[in-house]
Design a protein around this ligand. Structure first.
Ligand code: AGP
Length: 614
């Protein structure tokens, strides 16, 4: 997903903008550029590849000026070339624009502008915005903010933009349409900043202002005014962030992903903290109080998410149906919004999202809202759009997750779902006090057990070396270990670029067994649970066909160890937390293989931390 940074104030803009872009690298990108107002006009520098290439290109003669914008591009329209790299300008370099999102009607707009004689320099939809603003701006005959409002009024789809003009050196204009990535304004002393997320701003300020759909902000060094697309003034509240920048630094770990895997004892503790009452037998979710009248009478939950968070929805289904006896449907956000879902009265949408800005997940919330349904968001970034849209919020409290591959957010999503299951089971009168106390005691052991797993180290590097050159992996699990198999496969494929599939182990004989040979390792999740015997026979079926098995097994299970080629031990634990104990080794195995393969673990190719385009 693209990253946007803008600065206006007393300091030189170039370093603030480029450093802000570096803080957004985790979002994923393929090129970067800046535009600085240097007293003579708009000075642009753009380069394909890493931001470091851009910084190197201006090192000898950095552009001078106190206002500028920058962008990291995750290509949607047009190849990865310097011409397609933002910022984009109009034909006279009067206006410069950076953009996040997709202009769905850009072809028609481009044709109209071309018919008026506009000559395009790029293949992007963003350049259309620059020309549209310039057309309305008419070299300053209109205020830039008004030209931006009028241009945004012609766009279809979701867009977040920042524009500047050499004719208005004292201001930046930010605008937002739909659910494209956030537009956050950081309020400083004698300076203000605009960015796609707070992570690019917290080095300068904790005071944040968030633009909603259809809002345009005029930002000078001293002042910020916001209006809607009709030009009517909008009163905005300011949020003071509590994030400690040190929290998200690597703190000695080689990669953010490894740090975040090792943060799980703490993040799991924080997912539970404050949600179990003193008696130890009741879950407290104060952020759901707005929904309390409907929760006891719920008839169905629609759990909607993308990627890793969708795997957490599958876990939520298992847990909530078992604990609360409440039907749960699971959907991908990208499917839910287009399949005309059957949303009956008494249903609520549960969205699970780390960033709270995933456009397909946000669209599912919009679909629910349009049908008059309420929504609950399990979300890590509490200042996000999903948190603001939802009727009830369950913060993950996992802290900043910078690695593109989600780890601690996933395990916290599952724990939050487990607590929600207990909460709903209590509301529906299907969980008595004794059972609740047992369940909460079980989940209370999880952080310590994960900590012991992590501190015991493990054979990850040795195992990774054996299998790092394989081209395909199959992950197998049953019951709640099936979503864990899916998540383990996703971790491997997204950071090591090895093809990997997760499958319900019982399905192996219905197809995947045809794939088994010595070249495709099978990761079998077979802890000491009620389907262990079935998993053992799956392992035997694989071995009988010459396959190789990496087993995740409960410590001491020699029978599994004897049959598997390699085994990774996990501690004995209750049925609800064992799948999460199995998740940690799969995160570490994927990490080790990716490192040995020399992959960019924190910013895997083609991926973004938060996907704000369809
Ligand atoms: C997971 O490792 C990926 N980064 C990706 O699948 C991610 O889970 C998905 O894009 C959803 O993101 P969200 O939780 O921020 O909505």
């Amino acid at each position: 997903m693209c990253g946007i940074v803008g600065y206006i104030g007393q300091r030189q803009a170039v370093d603030i903008v480029t450093q802000g872009l570096q803080r957004l690298e985790y979002r994923g990108y393929d090129s970067a550029g800046i535009a600085i107002l240097n007293g003579h006009g708009i000075e642009r520098h753009r380069s394909v590849g890493k931001i470091s290439s851009l910084i190197d290109s201006i090192a000898d003669a950095p552009p001078q000026g106190q206002m500028g914008i920058g962008h990291t591009r995750w290509a949607t329209h047009g190849a990865v070339t310097e011409d397609n790299t933002h910022p984009h300008t109009d034909s006279e370099d009067m206006v410069a624009v950076v953009h996040n999102g997709i202009v769905e009607n850009y072809r028609a707009l481009k044709a109209g502008l071309a018919a008026e004689g506009v000559v395009f320099q790029s293949e992007t939809d963003t350049e259309v915005i620059a020309h549209l603003i310039a057309r309305y701006y008419q070299r300053g005959e209109r205020p830039l903010a008004e030209a931006v409002r009028l241009a945004l009024g012609e766009l279809q789809g979701s867009s977040a933009i920042v524009a500047m003009s050499q004719l208005e050196p004292g201001l930046l204009v930010g605008g937002r349409l739909g659910n494209a990535g956030a537009v956050v304004i950081g309020l400083g002393e004698g300076e203000n900043l605009i960015a796609s997320d707070t992570w690019a701003l917290i080095a300068h300020t904790r005071e944040m202002l968030y633009l909603e759909h259809g809002e345009v902000a005029t930002v000078s060094a001293e002042d910020v005014t916001v209006c809607d697309l009709d030009g009517c003034h909008v009163i905005k509240s300011v949020t003071t962030l509590s994030v400690d920048p040190a929290l998200a630094a690597k703190q000695g770990y080689r990669h953010f992903m490894l740090k975040e895997i090792h943060e799980q004892p703490q993040s799991l503790t924080d997912a539970i903290r404050g949600r179990v009452d003193l008696s130890g037998d009741r879950v407290i979710l104060p952020d759901l109080c707005g929904l309390e009248p409907v929760l006891p009478h719920l008839r169905r939950l629609h759990a909607v998410a993308c990627g890793t968070a969708w795997h957490a929805c599958l876990m939520a289904k298992f847990m909530i149906e078992d604990l609360a006896r409440l039907p749960v449907e699971v959907d991908y956000g990208s499917e839910f919004r287009y399949r005309n879902p059957l949303l009956e009265p008494g249903s609520v949408v549960l969205v699970i999202t780390q960033s709270g800005e995933t456009v397909d997940t946000l669209a599912a919330m919009e679909t629910a809202r349009e049908r008059g349904m309420q929504s609950i968001a399990l979300v890590n970034v509490v200042e996000s759009q999903a948190a603001r849209l939802a009727d009830g919020v369950i913060p993950l409290n996992a802290g900043p997750e910078i690695g593109v591959a989600s780890t601690k957010a996933f395990t916290s999503q599952v724990v939050a779902s487990f607590l929600l299951g207990i909460y709903l089971g209590t509301q529906r009168g299907v969980l008595d006090r004794k059972r609740r106390a047992e369940l909460l005691a079980e989940v209370g052991r999880l952080p310590g057990l994960v900590g012991s797993l992590l501190s015991n180290g493990g054979d990850y590097e040795r195992i990774a070396r054996q299998y790092m050159h394989c081209e395909d992996f199959l992950y197998l699990g049953r019951g709640m270990n099936y979503p864990i198999a899916l998540e383990g496969a996703l971790k491997l494929k997204e950071i090591s670029y090895i093809h990997a599939e997760g499958y319900p182990a019982g399905e192996m004989k219905h197809g995947p067994i045809a794939l088994i040979d010595e070249s495709m390792p099978v990761v079998a999740i077979c802890p000491n649970d009620r389907v262990r015997a079935k998993m053992l026979s799956n392992v035997e079926q694989v071995k009988a066909r010459g396959g190789r098995v990496i087993a995740i097994a409960t410590v001491g299970d020699q029978e599994i160890a004897d049959k598997a080629d390699d085994v990774i031990w996990i501690p004995a634990a209750g049925p609800y937390i064992t799948p999460l104990l199995a998740m940690v080794p799969l995160q570490l195995l994927a990490y080790q293989i990716a490192v040995l393969r020399g992959c960019d673990v924190d910013q895997p190719r083609n991926l973004a931390k938060c996907v704000t385009v369809e």
